[in-house]
Design a protein around this ligand. Structure first.
Ligand code: AMP
Length: 354
């Protein structure tokens, strides 16, 4: 199936304006396939992985379906991790930028529950949450399910891997009989098929293949480098690739400051971003222990509010991120408009710190 223009999807003008503002030119394959089916009200199984645009594929139909005048909870998205819940909420908020009266709230464990209860009471229609915390609110009756008409299971295979099956079942059993269930999963193991059989009715399968990623051609490298040589190697890479913008992740603020000073001393334009500044305001985009360093057009990074397009250009993980396996790699990606690369400097045998 061809990729569609967003204008062909019969979306409201506010969403069309938002996708334009977000820089999406045409709908991705999963969006072209899933949006019409989800908007028709059918149960849907979406087989798609991160990077395909799956969030907007279910986020747009959710926003189309939510009645802004009704201040009751109307839809829930379940996600495996707090990071994903925050990211999904952010993407949907961006999509809802020009809509009035829609409140989207991420709900996850580890965050003060009283604050969440206050936000829930103030008229949230869409909750993006992790299963444990959503169940907690259901039990406390601080999340009322009577008006919930849609539930999305995002990264369902991950949720099952993390042991959320019972929680998911309890939540699905707790919402009104008449509802639409949308399930997204990168893989379709038996356990997922069981969930779809048990909780979906005549579900339609939409899937995309790997080559249909919106962020294609990521190349990843790592270099085994002695700690004392890391700065030198980074400098050489900057000279070889001359990226417009790079983001370097370090483990500590001190490491960022050391590296900034080192690079400035070598004549590069570099700025440290951490602590009470940029990194904290955009904490959800960064691994919790990371600090950030911009090289090149720093002003551009700030001007875009730290948005994804800038961050994706050239990422370097200067130190190992032992607690964040998905950040333990680096990216080098080439797309039509720009070059994106990723490198990681580490010596497996050595300690993560410099
Ligand atoms: P996801 O698969 O939802 O995690 O999306 C991956 C990235 O693609 C996110 O940064 C989205 O904002 C972006 N994205 C989603 N839809 C589109 C689109 N139609 N065109 C370009 N980028 C998109």
């Amino acid at each position: 199936m061809e990729e569609l223009k967003f204008e062909e999807l019969e979306l409201c003008p506010e969403i069309l304006k938002a996708v334009k503002h977000m820089g999406f030119e045409e709908a991705s394959p999963i969006q072209s396939k899933a949006i019409p089916v989800i908007m028709s009200g059918k149960d849907v199984i979406g087989q798609a992985q991160t990077g395909t645009g799956k969030t907007a594929a279910f986020g747009i139909p959710l926003l189309e379906k939510i009645d802004p005048k009704n201040k009751k909870l109307q839809a829930i998205v379940l996600c495996p991790t707090r990071e994903l819940a925050i990211q999904v909420a952010e993407e949907i908020r961006n999509l809802a930028k020009y809509m009035h009266g829609i409140k989207v709230l991420p709900i996850y464990g580890g965050q003060e529950i009283v604050k969440q209860i206050r936000s829930l009471k103030s008229g949230t229609q869409l909750v993006i949450g992790t299963p444990g915390r959503v169940m907690d609110h259901m039990r406390r009756k601080t999340m009322k399910m009577d008006h919930v008409h849609t539930i999305v299971l995002d990264e369902a295979d991950e949720m099952l891997n993390m042991g959320f099956r019972e929680d998911i079942e309890t939540i699905l059993e707790g919402i009104p009989q008449e509802h639409q269930t949308v399930l997204f999963s990168a893989t379709m193991p038996k356990a997922i098929l069981e969930i779809t059989k048990q909780f979906q009715t005549n579900a339609e399968l939409v899937k995309v293949t790997k080559k249909e990623l919106t962020v294609p051609n990521i190349e990843q490298f790592y270099y085994e480098v002695k700690p004392k040589n890391k700065e030198e190697v980074l400098s050489r890479l900057l000279d070889i690739y001359t990226p417009k913008l790079s983001v370097v992740f370090c483990n500590t603020k001190k490491q960022v400051d050391l590296l900034v000073n080192g690079l400035l001393g070598r004549g590069y334009f570099a700025a440290g971003l951490h602590g009470t500044g940029f990194a904290q305001r955009h904490h959800h985009r960064l691994p919790p222990c990371a600090a950030l360093l911009a090289h090149g057009h720093h002003s551009r990074l700030s001007a875009q509010g730290g948005g994804q397009p800038a961050l994706q250009r050239h990422q370097v993980f200067f130190q190992r991120q032992p607690h964040h396996p998905h950040h333990g790699c680096c990216r080098r990606a080439a797309c039509a408009a720009d070059q994106r690369r990723g490198h990681r400097y580490d010596r497996g045998a050595e300690s993560p710190g410099l």
